[in-house]
Design a protein around this ligand. Structure first.
Ligand code: AMP
Length: 545
């Protein structure tokens, strides 16, 4: 397919607000292409370029992109997104010289250029990336440059949510939406379904979307809903999906990126299990003398690219398993109790299981939660005994009960601070997710971060910039922060109709994707609770209602 054709189609998709029409256009596109090409096209159209489990990153900042464009034409800051700015710039370019050999760009060619961007690492990588960009954009027509620039900054604004992609794939392949959705969760993404076809069985070394939990306000609420249930410690660490085949072990984060290289001692412990083929799940925490170290300390192990023995000694990791998804065959549809029982049969002293209790006795469950908190954990996870493992779904089979009530929100914009903070973007607009994947602002805060974190945040926000206006920077919704607050108020200030009072960032959740942030519905649910008082005031929520 010519890239120009794809760009024209992208414009058509952008110009219609009808979801149905978008689905139709994408379905037709998928049908018209070989699988591998359809896969690449969808990745470009959704501004991903690589699927979630692919560790590659483009590493092209907005500034680098604009530097290259301004060599080709005058950049003027008019337009709603980077793509338009680039498109307009190239449209003003004097007639470019074309050589006889120059052919129009194809999708395949563009994609391999994008791969070359990701593969430029180490010394001189910046110059390499610039040269790849130059060779792409010097050949691109304005409309092609529009799609390219937006794909590179990972914001194509075509309104192609994952749900819409799933509908389009179902339509293209003549399958039900349920089957395509389930396959997307089991295979890791809808892109995989397009490339490989539907496969509903987990495969070792192909990460699945993790099953997600909802919140209960108290152990009592959870037990009322489930009756007899399993209550497990909720450890405050990094969730990992463990894939084992003999002495080959790989671990993936909840966002499906590989973390094997960061957790050497856990890998060794898993190797000693000597499992033939298995997919397990658990939480990694940093532990010293039986107590968990703070989450921020733990994250240092995951940030380091280079393995350092010193860091391993300073921050020793331990894996606590809590689920089994595959063991010679799929266990997804087995009930919780059976999965847990099988898991218990596998562990050795080197790899442990999250402590759990099966009970219908409220007092016993409360005591167990107290014990978890006393040992420095976050709370408990209450699980329905007969529940299957449902990849990628936030259902009510698992209910988390925490002591402190917070919301995971996404930063969508920021402002420069005053005085000492003028060098940083230090004031953040916090947004909650709607059902349609939109992000609505529910509050603003400049509290909670250290100087180092402000610095990190400023750099990250610059990379994610979509628009700058004076002190304000609007960014692609990507950074998730856990926010504590005193109260939820109704407020006309934001479109959401809500505003958090005294919001403060508890921590940056690098392990969470924006799709995993809390929803406006969750906020409404909290708001609906009479006398809600969050962290910072006496007592915890579940004692108040
Ligand atoms: P949250 O991050 O607050 O949405 O809580 C869900 C997360 O809790 C999961 O993704 C896991 O990383 C973590 N977790 C800790 N302990 C458990 C457990 N026993 N069962 C399931 N998830 C757990």
């Amino acid at each position: 397919m010519l890239f120009k054709e794809l760009a024209a189609l992208a414009k058509e998709i952008a110009s219609t607000s009808s979801r149905l029409k978008k689905v139709e256009l994408v379905a037709k596109l998928i049908r018209s292409l070989p699988r591998e090409e359809a896969y690449k096209v969808l990745l470009i159209l959704t501004g991903r370029v690589f699927p979630p489990s692919d560790p590659r990153e483009l590493n092209v900042s907005w500034n680098t992109l604009l530097k290259v464009i301004s060599e080709l034409a005058d950049v003027e800051w008019k337009g709603v997104d980077v793509g338009e700015v680039v498109e307009n710039a190239l449209a003003r370019r004097k007639r470019r010289q074309t050589t006889l050999l120059e052919r129009p760009l194809t999708v395949e060619e563009v994609y391999s250029h994008l791969e070359a961007l990701a593969e430029a690492t180490g010394q001189g990588s910046r110059a390499k990336r610039e040269s790849v960009l130059r060779s792409l954009f010097s050949r691109a027509e304005p409309i092609e440059a529009w799609l390219l620039a937006n794909a590179i900054v990972r914001e194509t604004r075509l309104g192609l949510s994952e749900g819409l992609l799933i509908d389009a794939i179902a339509k293209a392949f003549g399958l039900s939406r349920e089957v395509v959705e389930r396959a997307s969760m089991v295979m890791g993404s809808p892109y995989h379904v397009v490339r490989e076809g539907v496969d509903l069985t987990p495969r070792v070394f192909r990460p699945l979307r993790p099953m997600l939990a909802q919140t209960a306000n108290s152990v009592e609420e959870a037990l009322k809903e489930f009756g007899r249930a399993a209550v497990e410690y909720k450890l405050d660490g990094v969730r990992v999906q463990v894939h084992v085949s003999g002495d080959r072990v790989r671990l993936f984060s909840r966002r499906l990126s590989e973390v094997t290289g960061s957790v050497s001692e856990v890998v060794e412990a898993l190797k000693s299990l000597n499992l033939k083929e298995a997919i397990l799940e658990g939480e990694i925490i940093a532990e010293r003398e039986g107590r968990p170290l703070p989450f921020q300390v733990l994250m240092r192990r995951f940030r380091r690219v280079n393995f350092s023995q010193e860091l391993v000694e300073q921050i020793p990791l331990k894996l606590y398993l809590f689920d089994l998804l595959y063991y010679g065959r799929s266990y997804l549809d087995e009930p919780y109790l059976k999965r847990r029982e099988t898991l218990e049969g596998l562990v050795r002293p080197s790899v442990q299981i999250v402590p759990s209790l099966v009970t219908d006795d409220l007092e016993e469950a409360r005591r167990f939660m107290k014990e978890a908190l006393a040992k420095g954990h976050e709370g408990v996870m209450v699980k329905r005994l007969n529940s299957p493992y449902v990849p990628g779904v936030r259902g009510r089979h698992w209910l988390k009960v925490k002591e402190v009530h917070t919301l995971d929100l996404v930063i969508v914009a920021a402002e420069r601070g005053y005085g000492r903070r003028h060098k940083w973007y230090s004031d953040y607009y916090l947004a909650a997710r709607t059902q349609d994947g939109e992000f609505l602002v529910v509050g603003k805060t400049f509290k909670g971060l250290t100087d180092k974190e402000f610095e990190w945040m400023t750099k990250r926000l610059e990379e994610l910039a979509l628009e700058r206006r004076g002190k304000l920077i609007r960014v692609k919704p990507e950074i998730v922060v856990e926010v504590a607050f005193n109260e939820i108020q109704r407020s006309p200030k934001y479109k959401s109709g809500f505003a958090l009072r005294f919001a403060r960032i508890v921590r940056i959740r690098e392990d969470k994707s924006p799709e995993e942030a809390d929803t406006i519905d969750r906020l409404k649910e909290m708001y609906g609770m009479k006398g809600y008082v969050g962290r910072g005031s006496a007592g915890s929520l579940h004692e108040k209602i």
